[in-house]
Design a protein around this ligand. Structure first.
Ligand code: GRG
Length: 303
């Protein structure tokens, strides 16, 4: 398969997944004219426009690798994106990263106000669990949905993403070694990426545990690769392409992979993690191709 074909196929797959998750989000997010209108408008503003939808894509691609139908993957894909959107809204608040640009436009608290942005995060988070708990035809059994709720709750809570954010705040202005930096990112960014793959696997219900184990390893590698590339882009990207403020890490005195390892070694690390992720899929057939493409996309992306 040529690179061009691979890129075209990935683009078509990404587009399909994007449409599926955006339709699901649009369905579940309350309409802007339903009171309280301002909160509902802000929830839709923070969720529906822009975003690469990497986490939903991982849910769909992991599920597909195990033969799960896309309809079954819509609820977890939407749920994980809602948790991600909430985390970005709260991360941009003045009390945290204090940023004014996200996904190429004003952050939620700038477009609306701080109190609304806090409520947006709260409401997006609870909506994620409401979607996972919904009893709909064709969806996994109640016991599986309970495991999915638990998976997402652990990944986004104090032992996962929120804990990683706390570690990040504590680390600002302090020296971190490579192991500490990795531990922070495994929680802050990796946990939700890992959960996306797990949710896809859970939808398979009767999946072979050995296969799930291989996908777990894949998730671990790309979770870290995603963060290494994010740090690289903060150094060599530009604000317009990134859709968020470039150089923010350096300006706020954050420890990053390029700061600890240098740019070249950081690029090598991202590439190694991508290769390792792809190697863990060696026992899978073409159904796992989107996961293979995604590993490459994560370390080659420019935004
Ligand atoms: C506030 C509880 C709480 C957690 C915040 C994820 C996070 C934790 C903060 C975001 C800060 C940040 C820039 C982290 C680096 C990696 C990352 C999550 C980037 C943003 O994700 P993308 O690139 O964003 O997938 P899009 O906009 O494409 O969805």
């Amino acid at each position: 398969m040529t690179t061009e074909t691979t890129d075209t196929a990935l683009e078509a797959y990404r587009q399909q997944c994007r449409e599926r998750v955006e339709q699901t989000l649009d369905h579940w997010l309350p309409a802007p004219e339903i009171p309280p209108e301002r909160l509902h408008r802000a929830m839709r503003y923070a969720t529906l426009e822009g975003g690469k939808r990497v986490r939903p894509l991982l849910v769909y691609a992991s599920g597909q690798a195990l033969g799960v139908a896309p309809e079954r993957l819509d609820p977890p894909a939407a749920a994980v994106e809602l948790i991600h959107a909430y985390s970005l809204v709260h991360d941009d608040l003045p009390a945290m990263d204090d940023d004014e640009l996200r996904r190429g436009r004003e952050t939620c608290h700038v477009a609306f106000d701080e109190a609304t942005a806090i409520l947006v995060g709260d409401a997006l988070q609870t909506l994620a669990f409401r979607i996972l708990s919904a009893d709909r035809e064709g969806q996994p059994a109640a016991a599986t949905r309970l495991r999915m709720i638990q998976t997402l709750a652990v990944a986004s809570g104090s032992r996962g993403m929120a804990g990683g954010q706390a570690m990040d705040l504590e680390a600002t202005g302090r020296e971190l070694d490579l192991a500490e930096l990795e531990n922070m990112h495994i929680h802050k960014t990796g946990a939700l990426i890992h959960a996306s793959v797990r949710l896809g696997c859970l939808c398979a219900e009767t999946a072979d545990p050995a296969r799930v184990h291989q996908l777990e390893h894949y998730a671990k590698c790309i979770g870290l690769a995603f963060q290494v590339q994010d740090d690289i882009l903060d150094v060599e990207g530009d604000t317009e392409t990134l859709g968020k403020t470039q150089g923010k890490d350096q300006a706020s005195d954050k420890v990053t992979y390029p700061a600890l390892l240098g740019l070249e070694e950081s690029r090598r690390m991202a590439r190694r993690l991508c290769d390792d992720a792809r190697d863990s899929l060696s026992g899978f057939d073409h159904a796992a191709d989107p996961l293979r493409w995604l590993a490459g996309y994560i370390v080659e992306r420019r935004h």
